[in-house]
Design a protein around this ligand. Structure first.
Ligand SMILES: Nc1ncnc2c1ncn2[C@@H]1O[C@H](COP(=O)(O)OP(=O)(O)O)[C@@H](O)[C@H]1O
Ligand SMILES: O=P(O)(O)OC[C@H]1O[C@](O)(COP(=O)(O)O)[C@@H](O)[C@@H]1O
Length: 346
């Protein structure tokens, strides 16, 4: 949506929800682009808490070029991130709106995921300024953008970790169950699984919790077949929040059912940290610049997106309601590889 263009003097900026490598690169790009248009950027800290909790409101500050000088390579976010339950309440939303009015903010950029954008839409209903979302989440679960900032780094981190696990798993001819992040979506799990040649990928897209018993049986049979036909490691990558009790529980169940010895490894927050890879730095830079340009162009209620390599604007509503599923080609590729591997082992 476009509003009548007016002189923009102050942009508010915050990072919210799970942090993602590349958020700092996006912050830098916003500050540099705003500087070009003679616009001040006010950084709010600790997610939406920076708009609703007095202690954090007091820490908001104008971001200068020197603040963003050498942050492009840093993981995390210099603005800090957080979940902010108060934003879910009417009083919190009103407080956030009041803060933006008091600080003469003309437009707010939020770098975050679908939850953060839901908050942004709720805020838009109360506050007159322009609102822009920049997709920053390792989960890559926002619709209408090819990638979100942080996803590529998280995938690379997962790959590096599992490559190392593969070495020791090979040495001991062990079975590993590695749990990856993404509590509602399997983008990380599928991409890492394929890139690491995992023997099994267990994710929301190819498995339903109702089928746990049957899947357990099937896994046990396939692991035993593989162990009989070849010597080597066997790696199952699994999305977090998928199997009741997680990887540790599955290890126990395989042991109880078929005496199979497995080792569980939960990669966890290691996937959210680290220096962003080139792809995330570049994506974040393009998106940060595009966000400021959108504000200057009078846009509001949109998420910045990249579609087939081209920057574009997507209604926030569409980004959060449509959901982004792992491509069926990726799921099929994994399935085919698995079938081919099984055939060659016979
Ligand atoms: N329905 C909502 N109304 C208002 N604010 C919300 C809503 N949902 C999420 N938020 C805000 O966005 C924050 C981040 O959401 P969350 O889902 O945890 O992360 P992400 O943005 O990475 O998906 C929440 O802590 C809350 O402050
Ligand atoms: O750090 P927390 O609060 O435990 O959250 C963990 C969750 O955050 C994420 O890293 C990112 O999710 P969001 O981008 O939706 O916040 C998920 O992959 C993971 O399930």
């Amino acid at each position: 949506m476009t509003v009548a263009t007016k002189q923009i003097k102050r942009i508010g900026l915050l990072t919210s929800g799970g942090d993602a490598p590349g958020m700092n690169a996006a912050i830098r790009a916003v500050v540099l682009a705003a500087h070009h248009y003679h616009i001040d950027v006010i950084g709010f800290v600790h997610g939406y808490n920076g708009l609703v909790i007095d202690e954090y409101i007091a820490q908001s500050k104008r971001l200068n070029l020197t603040d963003v000088n050498s942050i492009i390579h840093q993981g995390g976010t210099i603005l800090k991130s957080a979940r902010c339950p108060l934003m879910m309440e009417k009083s919190g939303l009103h407080q956030a709106s009041d803060t933006l009015v008091e600080q003469s903010i003309d437009a707010l950029i939020v770098i975050g995921g679908d939850g953060s954008f839901t908050g942004l839409l709720a805020l838009q209903a109360l506050w007159q300024g322009q609102v822009i979302g920049v997709p920053g989440t390792i989960d890559n679960d926002l619709a209408n953008t090819d990638f979100t900032i942080g996803f590529s780094t998280a995938v690379n981190t997962g790959i590096e970790a599992i490559d190392k696990i593969r070495d020791t798993a090979d040495a001991f001819e062990r079975v590993f169950i590695v749990e990856l992040m993404g509590r509602h979506s399997g983008h990380i799990t599928f991409n890492v699984g394929i890139a690491c040649a995992a023997e099994q990928v267990l994710s929301f897209e190819n498995f339903s919790q109702d089928d746990e018993e049957a899947k357990l049986q099937q896994l046990a049979e396939e692991i035993q077949q593989a162990q009989q036909s070849r010597h080597g490691s066997y790696i199952i990558v699994m999305a977090e929040n998928l199997w009741s009790g997680g990887a540790t529980k599955l290890v126990e169940q395989l042991k109880a059912l078929a005496g199979i010895e497995c080792t569980a490894c939960v990669l966890g927050h290691i996937q959210r940290g680290g220096s962003p890879v080139a792809k995330d730095r570049i994506l974040a830079t393009k998106m940060g610049v595009c966000a400021v340009q959108a504000i200057v162009g009078g846009e509001t209620g949109i998420m910045i997106a990249e579609q087939q390599g081209v920057m574009s604007h997507v209604p926030l509503e569409a980004a959060i309601t449509q959901g982004k599923h792992v491509s069926s080609q990726l799921v099929d590729a994994q399935q085919s590889i698995l079938a081919l591997t099984a055939q060659t082992q016979c």
